[in-house]
Design a protein around this ligand. Structure first.
Ligand SMILES: [Zn+2]
Length: 737
């Protein structure tokens, strides 16, 4: 009587009643350990399997006794629930967890209250249809799964995808049981293995933006390393979850291209460079590979425009309230630094930074390279390299900087560097000349005159005309022998670097102490041992050695931090008698105090002036009494022992302190610029850091440094993260079968 499954209707004569069924969902048989059967008593002692997810429409009877209902079976918590839907649009419902018969008769009681008639659940639910049973069994057999390794590749992929789809659905269902709807549970990733193959399934919409952020974070961290391409490639091979090296390379390239539109990089070629002569200073960088690479770039300079840099960082500065568009002034500090790379060449950089951004001034990242070149620091070369910067800065100072919102920013330029670089930029004498001071007219003869007070008495307007105005017959102040390279910066804005003041005065004090031992013929092995022991006591690594073929003793050139420790803690009692040592110790400790006052923004300039003057008086303590008599009291040092740095400390620093109190003298420190130069040279002039690209780009470490700086500005502006929080690892115990 039936053609199921060709048609979805079955008509069965059950115990004299003609039932008509329409199969809506034929359902399936659950696993054997879950599958339930109908009660044996119900129908000729035959037990029928009860399907899950089953829905049919059943009708029987005629006229007023006609029934049309829907019968539904779903397993809930591993037990079948029988439901009958009836009435208009099957809106009404009764259900039983006991049996189909129970549900059928409950329905009948509603339709015909108090009837004695009984229905068979097996008939009403059509649980005895062989066609339906066969169909379910057939499908079940075809679903018996093949082992994974016997599947075709496309089936494997399909299977894994279906599996993960189902996982995602189940995940969503389970979350409701354990988490609040607002908890935003997100299935991110599942890792599993099938036989010996590992899978990692990612869920959710693949977000291009998130992917990009991750690649940029990696690029940033690789840049900060820096990690060479080859090394990263090896890492990524070891840990397949890491982005591929080619992905990182593409990200880097994309950022480079994007940034070059904002901050362009140009290369200047200086073909007829003055030949290199040996530098009579200790090398800062000695790595032979770096030295060799740097020498290849002689004659080239990289240049980024200050205007580009300022326009790029301006929105962030405004955001952070470092500068104010309602009072549009930018205090721009230019700095220069030359690192000795080997004994022949210097790596020179000229940077700019925003003085108003006081909290960031000590960070190398906030000093932006404008010019860089390997060569030397001499005036002629620097003049050629700095010309584009000088023209640009002149324009900025004269016309201001117009931003995208139409605000015109006034640019206040400043300069700070060590003495030598500053003198070169000013076209000024060497510090051992008669007129040694860039700010006043003090002469060498007067340098140790403790009764003389010097103030900043020169200005650019006295210096400029003789060099830039052909009609002027005015002579420049003595010592100014060449045109200043950055004439748009007022002379009082050339601020000496506090670090160099400390370093060079330390050198002088140390040299004077050793000199005294030498003149007394005490600078012997025993004394040197005592000095070394005292250095060890204060944890400073220090050595003496004799250069080959000379009788001169050389000693370790200490870094700033170690020099500070010596100033604070070295006890000269190890080499001098108690009285003398006490005097020298006092000189060193007082200088240490002055150095701290220089660095602190809270220092009162007048108090500092007094203390610096007292320190000079101490330095110049004269001897008392007749030599070689019992009343003789040996003083400290002579007026001619005073150096230009000491002159600046005593005479000009208080004035600078007062004029630039808004920023503090610490704001003019060059240590971040030195660090930047040192780190970049050490990192980028290495063969392993070569980009691997082609053409010009491959050749130029100069390009690479400037691209690197562009990228670092990109990351700063975008707030690229350099760490993600580590997920908490949970170990789920293996479930027992
Ligand atoms: Zn002076």
């Amino acid at each position: 009587m039936s053609t199921y499954p060709t048609s979805n209707t079955i008509i069965l004569n059950q115990n004299g009643t003609r039932y008509s069924y329409t199969i809506i969902k034929e359902g399936y048989y659950p696993q054997n350990n879950i599958l339930r059967y109908t009660s044996a008593r119900s129908c000729n002692n035959i037990k029928f399997k009860i399907p899950d997810d089953y829905l049919i429409q059943t009708s029987w009877g005629r006229g007023t006794s006609k029934h049309i209902i829907q019968c539904k079976i779903n397993y809930i918590e591993n037990a079948p629930v029988f439901k009958i839907l009836f009435g208009e649009n099957f809106q009404e419902c009764i259900e039983s967890t006991q049996s189909a018969t129970n549900a059928a008769n409950a329905y009948l009681q509603i339709k015909k209250p108090n009837t004695q008639a009984r229905l068979s659940g097996i008939h009403v639910f059509c649980l005895n249809s062989q066609e339906l049973e066969q169909e379910r069994e057939k499908k079940h057999r075809s679903h018996i799964l093949k082992p994974f390794n016997r599947l075709s590749n496309s089936m494997k992929t399909k299977r894994v995808h279906m599996f993960n789809d189902q996982l995602a659905i189940n995940f969503t269902n389970i979350t409701a049981k354990y988490f609040h709807p607002d908890d935003c549970l997100l299935l991110q990733e599942v890792r599993f293995s099938v036989q010996d193959k590992n899978f990692q399934a990612s869920f959710g919409i693949q977000s291009k933006e998130k992917e990009n952020q991750r690649n940029e974070a990696f690029t940033k961290v690789i840049d900060q390393g820096p990690i060479a391409r080859d090394s990263y490639r090896n890492l990524a091979a070891l840990q397949p979850e890491l982005p591929r090296e080619t992905t990182i390379y593409k990200t880097k390239k994309r950022i480079n291209e994007e940034m070059i539109n904002a901050i362009s990089i140009s290369i200047l070629n200086i073909s007829d460079q003055p030949s290199l002569t040996s530098i009579n200073e200790n090398p800062d960088i000695n790595d032979p590979e770096v030295v060799e690479e740097v020498l290849k770039y002689i004659g080239k300079a990289g240049y980024r425009k200050i205007t580009d840099i300022l326009l790029f960082i301006l929105p962030d500065l405004i955001n952070r309230h470092v500068v104010n568009p309602d009072n549009p002034i930018i205090n721009l500090r230019i700095s220069g630094d030359g690192r000795n790379v080997g004994r022949k060449v210097k790596h020179v950089i000229v940077t700019c930074t925003i003085l108003d951004d006081i909290v960031n001034l000590y960070k190398a990242d906030h000093h932006y390279t404008v010019i860089l070149y390997p060569g030397n620091e001499n005036y002629e070369l620097l003049q050629r390299m700095i010309t584009p910067l000088s023209n640009e800065l002149n324009d900025l100072v004269l016309n201001g900087l117009s931003d995208q919102d139409g605000t015109n920013w006034k640019i206040n330029p400043y300069f700070s560097s060590d003495w030598k670089f500053m003198a070169t930029v000013l076209g000024f004498n060497a510090p051992n000349s008669k007129y040694f001071c860039p700010w006043c007219l003090c002469t060498k003869e007067n340098i140790g005159n403790k009764y003389k007070t010097c103030t900043i008495e020169k200005n650019m307007d006295q210096i400029k005309p003789s060099f830039f105005d052909n009609n002027s017959s005015v002579k420049p102040p003595p010592g100014h022998i060449k045109p200043p390279l950055l004439q748009m910066i007022p002379l009082s804005h050339y601020v000496p670097d506090e670090l160099h003041i400390m370093l060079r005065i330390w050198d002088r004090l140390w040299e004077l102490a050793l000199q005294e031992l030498k003149t007394q013929n005490q600078f012997n092995d025993s004394i040197r041992m005592k000095i070394l022991a005292e250095m060890r006591r204060i944890s400073v690594s220090f050595h003496f050695w004799q250069e080959q073929g000379t009788q001169n003793w050389s000693y370790t050139s200490l870094m700033g931090g170690d020099k500070e420790i010596v100033l604070k803690s070295f006890n000269f009692e190890v080499v001098f008698n108690e009285e003398r040592a006490s005097l020298i110790n006092q000189l060193w400790r007082n200088f240490y105090q002055l150095y701290h006052m220089i660095k602190s923004q809270k220092t009162n300039p007048t108090q500092f002036a007094n203390q610096a003057k007292q320190w000079l008086d101490l330095f110049l303590t004269p001897s008392q009494g007749e030599p070689n008599t019992i009343t003789f009291k040996k003083g400290l040092y002579r007026p001619k022992d005073v150096t230009p740095y000491i002159h600046v400390l005593v005479h000009h620093l208080p004035e600078f302190m007062e004029q630039h109190q808004k920023f503090g003298l610490g704001a003019f420190s060059c240590s971040a610029v030195e660090k930047k130069n040192h780190d970049q040279v050490s990192a980028f002039f290495r063969k392993t850091m070569k980009d691997g690209g082609k053409g010009v780009e491959r050749k130029s470490a100069i390009f690479e440094i400037l691209h690197y700086e562009n990228r670092s500005m990109y990351f700063a502006q975008k707030g690229t993260t350099d760490k993600y929080s580590r997920p908490q690892h949970i170990h789920v115990k293996k479930l027992k079968n």
